[in-house]
Write a protein that binds this ligand. Sequence first.
Ligand SMILES: C[S@@+](CC[C@H](N)C(=O)[O-])C[C@H]1O[C@@H](n2cnc3c(N)ncnc32)[C@H](O)[C@@H]1O
Length: 343
Amino acid sequence: MVVDPVPWRDAWHTALYAAGRGFYVAGGGPAAHFTTATHRPTGALLAEALLAVPEHPVRVVVDVGAGRGELATHLVGALASGSRYAAAPGHAGPPPPDGVRVVAVDVVARPPGLDERVEWLRSPGGGALPEQLDDLEDALVVAHEWLDVVPCTVAQVDPHGELREVLVDPVTGAETFGDLLEQPDREWCAAHWPTTTPGDRVEVGLERDRAWAELVSRVRSGTLVAVDYGHTATARPDGGSLTAYVGGRQSHPVPDGSCDLTAHVAVDTLAADTVRTQRDALRALGLRGAVPPHATATADPLGYLAALEQASAEARLLDADGFGAFWWAVRRVGAPDGAARHD
Ligand SMILES: C[S@@+](CC[C@H](N)C(=O)[O-])C[C@H]1O[C@@H](n2cnc3c(N)ncnc32)[C@H](O)[C@@H]1O
């Protein structure tokens, strides 16, 4: 069968979110294919750190792009017990304090066995959000590795120095040049990722900027945190970053629904108050990854082991060559200074 090549953005959206067959809709969930910081052993600590970000009382915590509720389960556990380590999936512990709600949002129906304290909202996927997610007050909204799976335009500079949209064969992944890049993508590139070097690729961040702005618009008051792979103006990846993951391995990106498709986020173009690395954000919250003094091992072996476990999780989240290199874009709605600042 001959299939016409289509813009990457469209093929990507179909591959991940098409009803009944998209990778995220029909597959076993992200955790079946790759590990993120929301999983054990770092998820509980990450949840605690995220809960420490808002400088206001929180009445609802929302996790957008929740996978199968891994981070939401850690969030509800941390809220309920103040414990460093959240309840196991499926466990029903005490409710979060003062009726704080935890809402997980993803493209599938509520996963079986999910902690019953977590509410679940089904979303259309990509840059689109469910209508019910609106008017959030006193909210903490987390989007952990959501924006990198919001499909975007992929462009490449042709031999004449012109940016063209890249088309892809959805079956083979073979690429061809399409038309000259159009507005408003062209304007975004000129402002944020200018290049005329033949062969350079650009993953146009406009769809991610819009998706983030849409999420911000759903919040009446609160704090939003996007955590993702990314880059800023001084370090854009010339060859692009579009890649695929399946079954724990990185693979060649083919938009046929068989694999995750992801590209790093131009984090400095998101409308945020602060943008900094996870390492810097966590260090500002006091995480150090410091190993406990060995002398305490004899006096308090269990305490020592717990402190060691904590230090090891902290070190993984802070690792400048690993999770620590992720970016945190934080937006406070209602804050006096809404201008973007890049720390
Ligand atoms: C890379 S996975 C990350 C999962 C989880 N946050 C983690 O870090 O382990 C991206 C998730 O975002 C979800 N997703 C994509 N678009 C979405 C949308 N518009 N609303 C809610 N979830 C979305 C996908 O279905 C997928 O579960």
